[in-house]
Design a protein. Structure first.
Length: 175
């Protein structure tokens, strides 16, 4: 006959064994879930990139030349099929945010409406993206491109504001 303390000890050991098995299963599921999240993120980025490239190519075909070019100079000839098309043109006097691709225009308008400098991680949810590392880094790249082209300033690393130009009213005209 088994004593009560021995029976309780046996049941405790069985419960502990089952808990350890479930923890191992949970750890395996967590690894599989993280892999699935990474796969999903890559597919989302791929889809968004393809959509953006197609939109930029369509916009490039629809937008007439802004500056007349000398056709005799081959380096100034337009590239065929959108190759080498600059989707984010350099800022110049009279140019409005409406010429930018949608996501860039949204970013400029968000930064323009902000009371102070913004970081990429603050902009991502405002452009209706999930705040994942991939989306934040992608947005940071867009912000850096807007800085390079004169639309935004980055006075402090990682903090972006609307670029100030001579005679600039500070407002973004998206029309």
């Amino acid at each position: 006959m088994v004593s009560l303390p021995e029976e309780l000890q046996a049941r405790e050991a069985a419960a502990r064994q089952r808990m350890e098995e479930l923890q191992a299963e949970a750890a395996e599921l967590a690894v599989r879930l993280e892999r699935a999240r990474a796969d999903l993120s890559r597919w989302e980025i791929t889809r968004e990139t393809v959509v953006q490239v197609l939109a930029e190519l369509s916009a490039a075909e629809a937008v007439p030349e802004v500056v007349a070019r000398d056709a005799s100079d081959p380096k100034d000839a337009p590239a065929p099929h959108g190759i080498g098309v600059m989707a984010v043109p350099p800022w110049r006097e009279g140019l409005v945010a409406g010429v930018l691709p949608d996501v860039y225009r949204d970013i400029v308008e968000i930064v323009a409406d902000a009371p102070g400098p913004l970081q990429a991680k603050q902009i991502v949810p405002r452009i209706r993206l999930e705040a994942t590392t991939a989306k934040i880094e992608g947005t940071r790249g867009k912000l850096k491109r807007l800085v390079e082209r004169g639309w935004l300033d980055e006075d402090t690393p990682g903090r972006f504001t609307l670029a100030r130009h001579y005679g600039d009213t500070g407002r973004v005209n998206s029309r």
